[in-house]
Design a protein around this ligand. Structure first.
Ligand code: 5GP
Length: 142
């Protein structure tokens, strides 16, 4: 069996952390290097690496927890808004190989951007290329 991930160790109480939510399938705890006050990570308790690895019932539980936690966190830190995101894969910036959803409370004037700032430019695609991508996605969904 592989070593537990850092997030499993936090959930199990083996290393210090502020766990704010725990169910059979999902847990949430404060990020140790918060982008803003209240920055929270929601994780499946099984250490799936990528979103594509997560079974549908568990992904439903993860998003359910995000839905429950986001307003509670926003209110707890008196935030104005929230950014929710996943760095899904190394190239997207994932550093911990245990899937996690970032809930980042946002404040007027916090200097951050929207999800659109995650990539520094817009894709240069014509209508046919966009249509081909849409068709490819639909085909893969079966
Ligand atoms: P990623 O870049 O993989 O999307 O984000 C990993 C997140 O995990 C970072 O925001 C980082 O601050 C957080 N993190 C890394 N190690 C620890 C830790 O030991 N405890 C907690 N609470 N958060 C951690």
């Amino acid at each position: 069996m592989s070593d537990p991930t850092i997030f499993e160790r936090i959930i199990d109480g083996d290393i210090p952390g502020h766990v704010v939510h725990k169910t059979e399938a999902v847990a949430a705890f404060l990020d140790a290097n918060p982008l803003t006050p209240g920055h929270t990570l929601v994780v499946p308790r099984e250490p799936y690496t990528r979103l594509r690895d997560v079974p549908p019932d568990v992904s439903a539980d993860i998003f359910g927890a995000v839905r429950t936690l986001s307003p509670a966190i926003e209110d707890a830190v008196d935030a104005d808004a929230t950014t929710v995101g996943i760095n899904d894969g190394t190239v997207a910036g994932q550093e911990v190989p245990h899937l996690h959803v970032h809930i980042v409370p946002r404040f007027e004037g916090d200097g951050g951007g929207s999800i659109h700032t995650a990539v520094g430019s817009f894709a240069d695609l014509d209508d046919d290329e966009i249509a081909d991508i849409a068709s490819d996605i639909e085909t893969r969904l079966g």
